[in-house]
Design a protein around this ligand. Structure first.
Ligand SMILES: [Cu+2]
Length: 64
C-alpha cells in the first residue's frame, strides 16, 4: 500500500528520518520519503494507515 500523508510539522531531513524510523518499527521494509517543503510524506508499507498515523503522531508528527 502506498500512502501520501500531509505532515505539517516536518521542517528538515531530520524530521523525515525520525518519521522513517518510527514507521520502520512497524514494518522494517517500509519505504519512506518526505519533502520538508511540501510536507508530504510518502510511505510504502504493509502496515495499516491507522498504525502508521499512530506511530508518527506519538513521536510528535501528527498527519492531517
Ligand atoms: Cu527536522
Amino acid at each position: 500500500m502506498k500512502l501520501d500523508l500531509k505532515v505539517p510539522d516536518i521542517s528538515c531531513g531530520g524530521c523525515v528520518n525520525s518519521i522513517a524510523n518510527a514507521v520502520k518499527t512497524l514494518d522494517a521494509n517500509a519505504i519512506v520519503q518526505g519533502n520538508p517543503t511540501t510536507k508530504i510524506v510518502s510511505v510504502e508499507t504493509q502496515a495499516s494507515e491507522t498504525a502508521i498515523r499512530e506511530a508518527i503522531a506519538k513521536i510528535g508528527f501528527p498527519a492531517d
